[in-house]
Ligand binder design. Structure first.
Ligand code: GRF
Length: 195
């Protein structure tokens, strides 16, 4: 299976996926990394690993999401990916784009869905006095952060935790969870990974 990864920033989740796919016994291989930000640090890290990289600057489409997504689709088509992994990708995709990729597009979200969809997940979990935080990988559907769960990893929230401390703890769990989910998903197995 060929995999395209969409990023917006540093791409630490992208790297975890690339490193795991480089192990050779993996049912998937990466074909390209595309960002909505030409300055995304992850593009250089992907290029260093010999991967095709591309960027479609969403600021050039001033709120015209369909036009942005048409260009994104054109760039993706060049690589014929079977699977799309959103990894720290911070743009909301329209129902049209999602429908075209339904069943083949994954996203990682830094909370134990269905809790804390949207932003500021760590601060909200701490604020609520939760004893655990975590991350979820789900299939992307038109419901924001709402598709079928393919994996979850739980981490403790300790007294005095700041959102930054929890974010770091969750991020390292993401780097374990996402590769494990992609291995299963690319092999056609949708059994949730629970870490
Ligand atoms: C992180 O906040 C992570 O929790 C979320 O996206 C952000 C950046 O991730 N998934 P990455 O380092 O760009 O993969």
């Amino acid at each position: 299976k060929s995999v395209a990864i969409l990023i917006s920033g540093g791409g630490s989740n992208m790297l975890a996926l690339l490193d795991d796919m480089a192990k050779g016994d993996h049912p998937a291989r990466p074909v390209c990394v595309i960002s909505n930000d030409p300055g995304a640090g992850g593009l250089a890290r992907a290029a260093e690993r010999g991967l095709a990289v591309d960027a479609v600057d969403h600021r050039k489409y001033r709120g015209d999401r369909p036009a942005f997504e048409a260009e994104l689709t054109r760039r993706l088509k060049a690589h014929q990916p079977d699977i799309l992994c959103l990894a720290g990708f911070m743009r909301i995709l329209t129902d049209g784009f999602v429908a075209r990729w339904e069943g083949r597009m994954l996203n990682i979200h830094p909370s134990l869905l269905p809790k804390y969809r949207g932003l500021h997940t760590h601060a909200r979990a701490i604020e609520a006095g939760d004893e655990e935080g975590g991350c979820s990988v789900h299939e992307v559907t038109s419901e924001l952060d709402g598709g079928p769960i393919l994996g979850q990893a739980r981490v403790p929230i300790v007294p005095g935790d700041t959102p930054e401390a929890l974010a770091a703890r969750v991020l390292s769990a993401e780097h374990r969870l996402y590769p494990a989910v992609l291995r299963r998903f690319a092999a056609g197995d949708r059994t949730p990974v629970l870490l």
